[in-house]
Design a protein around this ligand. Structure first.
Ligand code: SAH
Length: 191
């Protein structure tokens, strides 16, 4: 329940940042729900680049996009999001309107394959560079599992180090009374 509502919160915000024709990135394809959402927002003339380290996630996402007839709006890349700067065409650097991360493990797959703090932090640094002014970065984090605690803690510290003149940060908690509850980091690039 809580996961769905934070994911819906992210969607309702991101939608406002994505006019038709925009470019977006899904940094963690998973089962492709966010990719489909982004592909619908950007329309025929926009484009979504998506990353995942598991082939299973690429296949699931490709299938979902085909089912909804939006596969031509996406490029799915089998690589760590830590390398997104290298994979995204130079012409799009500084022009991406929305970048979404959904951390943790792929539901229904190997729980040993999870996002890792070090590569997550490299990836969100890269995401900040790829983002356009007036763009948004959303990161859904799950402190309640092994590795997720540290990752969420370090994300919070990373947010505090961001240049407040260029980025505005907000954290939405799914539940205020539980430290292990999922949380949504929202980073808007203002300058
Ligand atoms: N926790 C969410 C789903 C997260 S899916 C939920 O419960 O709904 C996270 C995805 O990130 C997985 O498909 C996993 O393979 C992917 N992933 C892990 N490390 C990655 C990396 N370094 N780069 C890109 N994707 C990664």
């Amino acid at each position: 329940m809580t996961r769905i509502s934070l994911s819906e919160t992210a969607h309702s915000l991101v939608r406002q940042y994505l006019p038709a024709g925009a470019n977006a990135i899904d940094a963690t394809l998973g089962n492709g729900h966010d990719t489909l959402f982004l592909a619908r927002c950007v329309g025929e003339s926009g484009h979504v680049h998506g990353f995942d380290v598991q082939l299973q996630a690429l296949r699931a996402t490709e299938q979902r996009l085909r089912q909804h007839d939006v596969i031509s709006r996406a490029t799915l890349i089998h690589a760590s999001h830590a390398f997104m700067l290298e994979h995204i065409p130079q012409a799009l650097h500084g022009r991406i309107r929305a970048i979404m991360f959904n951390l943790g493990y792929l539901p229904g797959a190997d729980k040993g394959v999870i996002t890792r703090t070090d590569s997550t932090l490299i990836a969100i640094d890269a995401a900040c560079r790829l983002l356009s002014v007036a763009g948004i970065l959303t990161i859904l984090a799950y402190p309640g599992h092994a590795g997720g605690d540290e990752e969420t803690l370090r994300l919070g510290e990373w947010c505090q180090r961001l240049d407040g003149r260029r980025f505005k940060t907000e954290i939405v908690l799914s539940r205020h009374d539980k430290p292990e509850a999922p949380r949504l980091f929202l980073i808007r690039k203002t300058d």
